[in-house]
Design a protein around this ligand. Structure first.
Ligand code: NAD
Ligand code: MG
Length: 395
């Protein structure tokens, strides 16, 4: 018989447990006491059933869900005898968000994470948010749901986590600007001609952070930073012109907040996602985390470079999306996904991605706002269809 669980274990479900954020979250949780400290009501994944099952065994998860409805039988038989219930498909994903917890790590990539995360918000859970597409595509709906729920929204994206750490709650009126740092990615010093010819393999090799494939390529094109500008607007209630981006190749300053008295507060650390994850899941307590300590003398210098928006047009597209508002964030994200998939498949060039996104945003700029999550899905579908047809025409 299993020993009775300690009554004060913190209950954390992990959406996207098998991904980069999910695996880092489980690593932090295991350093912070593992099953003695945490109860895991639900975990989710998609294609990697073997890893999902291993994670279920390690954590003693109550419910393990694959987003792929066709893998139910495989998951169920692999979980036989573990005490973990199996689930598959979109309804089970939402049920994973609904299972009672103190906090949910939203670590799914893309708008597939929206429904289960909103389900967790609806029952009042605190949300550690890595899944930035939730805010990019459905920022107004998401923040309204969060305000209604009374739960805390804890940013996991390293830049937003940094801002959260240095944003003085009682001084919000005095915030002039937030400054998102960007590494500049592997093509920071490339010319336009060189950038036009890069391959997906080169684009996926991030100089500082170890991340999933799509987010690594999005970092190289700075579409990741574009998403983060929109994410920051919704998280911190900023006007578009208050959000700045600076290239900082060392990725040591994770972001900054500028106040009306001229002070700029920064958060520093080694580039390791376990820092932001640990901060978010332990908030408001600071726990001892298994991250390397910063050695400033060894580092010697920190550099800053203004981003060149001719080579990184994604930044201007984020500003356009914020200015237009409504469903333009969802359109930007949906079109970007199609362009990114085409780039990964070798069907379009690195620089063409921004052209496809820009043209799709213009085509779907009709001033509509999202009243429901269905409106967000519809805008996403439309953006994908338009971007796909533009790609076919240019082929
Ligand atoms: P990843 O691709 O490594 O993992 C994604 C997870 O989502 C996996 O568990 C996968 O099974 C699941 N998933 C994928 N498609 C799904 C679908 N259609 N339905 C349900 N589940 C699905 O991605 P990641 O790098 O861990 O990123 C996750 C999120 O966190 C993204 O929004 C990313 O932008 C953000 N983020 C990641 C990092 C990082 O260091 N990896 C840093 C900051 C923010
Ligand atoms: Mg980030």
């Amino acid at each position: 018989m299993n020993p009775a669980p300690a009554p004060d274990r913190r209950r954390i479900s992990i959406l996207g447990a098998t991904g980069s954020i999910g695996r880092n979250t489980l690593d932090v949780m295991s350093h912070l006491g593992g099953r003695d400290a945490f109860e895991v009501p639900a975990i989710t994944g998609m294609g990697n059933i073997g890893l999902l099952v291993e994670q279920a065994r390690q954590t003693g998860a109550g419910f393990a869900v694959t987003a792929d409805p066709d893998r139910y039988n495989e998951l169920k038989s692999a979980l036989a005898g573990t005490g973990t219930q199996a689930g598959a498909g979109p309804t089970a994903l939402v049920e994973a968000g609904e299972r009672d917890t103190d906090l949910v790590m939203a670590g799914i990539v893309g708008i597939a994470g929206l429904a289960p995360t909103l389900a967790a918000i609806a029952r009042g859970a605190d949300i550690a948010l890595a899944n930035k597409e939730c805010l990019v595509s459905a920022g107004d709906l998401f923040t309204a749901a969060m305000a209604k729920s009374g739960g805390k929204l804890l940013p996991v994206d390293s830049e937003h986590n940094a801002i959260f750490q240095v944003l003085e709650e009682n001084q919000r009126h005095a915030v002039e600007r937030i400054i998102l740092t960007a590494s500049g990615g592997p093509f920071r010093d490339h010319t336009l001609d060189q950038m036009a010819a890069v391959t997906p393999e080169r684009a996926a090799a991030h100089p500082n952070w170890s991340m999933g494939l799509k987010i690594s390529i999005d970092s190289a094109s700075m579409f990741n930073k574009a998403l983060e500008m929109i994410e920051a607007r919704h998280l911190f209630g900023m006007r578009p012109e208050q959000i700045e981006v600076i290239i900082h190749p060392q990725s040591i300053i994770h972001s900054m907040v500028g106040y009306s008295d001229g002070s700029v507060l920064a958060q520093l650390g080694v580039p390791d996602m376990r820092h932001a994850i640990g901060y978010a899941i332990c908030h408001p307590r600071r726990a001892s985390l298994p991250v390397e300590r910063l050695d400033l003398a060894a580092l010697a210098r920190l550099d800053f470079i203004a981003p060149d928006e001719t080579r990184f047009p994604a930044l201007a597209l984020a500003r356009t999306a914020m200015r237009r508002g409504g469903l333009q964030g969802a359109v930007l994200n949906g079109a970007k996904e199609i362009a990114l998939e085409a780039f990964i498949a070798g069907q379009t060039g690195f620089l063409d991605m921004a052209d496809i996104v820009a043209a799709t945003m213009d085509r779907l700029d009709d001033g509509r706002a999202a009243a429901t999550i269905e409106d967000v899905y519809a805008a996403d579908r439309e953006a994908r269809a338009v971007a796909s047809s533009l790609l076919r025409k240019s082929a």
